[in-house]
Ligand binder design. Structure first.
Ligand SMILES: *Cc1c(COP(=O)(O)O)cnc(C)c1O
Length: 230
């Protein structure tokens, strides 16, 4: 089932990219494995996937210890400052930076480990009460402050669009994120590049790719529905 699902997703990414005049190589597929057992991750790993997304520090730590070391772990969930120290040397990209204070903590821990941590700035593009992220109005000022930290590197933007039945309904938000990333790039801020746009999930990744996503985070379409009651 996993091989079939993965093939289907990869194929859709490739067809969508081509139809939009892009190469599938421009788009990184992140397999979002939260709540799923290590055996399933291993199976997807054996099928060639190296990028995995998790939203809980504890879960990254457990899975990190049990799975191959060439996996690139992506922290995609809300990150508490007091937990940064546990994952700083384990993840390859933190997608969910939504405050200067969190960026400062990441910078501090990265310095201790003598590494430079790539991060994305999370934008709450639809201004949903329930979601984390900076508003598009405050983002430029925050990025300017964050960019002064020496042990992080701002690589782009990330957003979690509203939950919709039809991915098309999120097109307007994806367009806004793309425009925002162009505006920020045009500011030419030192230590800030906008190479990555992390947007698109199971319900809307095709639309996200059409609008300029470079990283899609896909859970359900690969691993099946999540069961949170277990
Ligand atoms: C769970 C999650 C995903 C994957 O969602 P699916 O709809 O299962 O593809 C993507 N991004 C974030 C931030 C998530 O928490």
């Amino acid at each position: 089932m996993l091989a079939y699902n993965l093939e289907k997703v990869k194929n859709k990414i490739s067809v969508t990219a081509q139809n939009a005049g892009k190469s599938e190589k421009e788009i990184t597929l992140i397999a979002v494995s939260k709540t799923k057992p290590v055996s399933m991750l291993q199976e997807v790993y054996d099928l060639g996937v190296r990028d995995f997304g998790e939203n809980k520090v504890q879960e990254i730590m457990e899975k990190y210890a049990l799975l191959p070391s060439d996996i690139r772990w992506h922290m995609i969930g809300h990150l508490q400052r007091n937990k940064v120290k546990y994952i700083i040397d384990k993840v390859s990209l933190i997608h969910s930076v939504d405050s200067l204070r969190l960026a400062e903590e990441i910078d501090k821990e990265a310095k201790k480990h003598q590494l430079i941590m790539p991060i994305l700035i999370q934008v709450n593009i639809a201004e949903e009460e329930s979601k984390f992220g900076l508003s598009s109005l405050e983002i430029l000022e925050e990025i300017k402050k964050i960019s002064r930290l020496s042990h992080i590197k701002v690589k782009g933007l990330m957003t979690v669009a509203p939950f919709v039945e039809n991915g098309e309904d999120n097109r307007k938000y994806f367009k806004l994120i793309k425009q925002l990333s162009v505006d920020i790039m045009n500011e030419n801020i030192d230590n800030v590049c906008m190479d990555i746009i992390s947007m698109g999930m199971t319900g809307d990744y095709q639309t996200a790719i059409e609008e300029g996503s470079t990283m899609v985070r896909i859970g359900t379409a690969i691993f099946g529905e999540r069961n949170y009651t277990k």
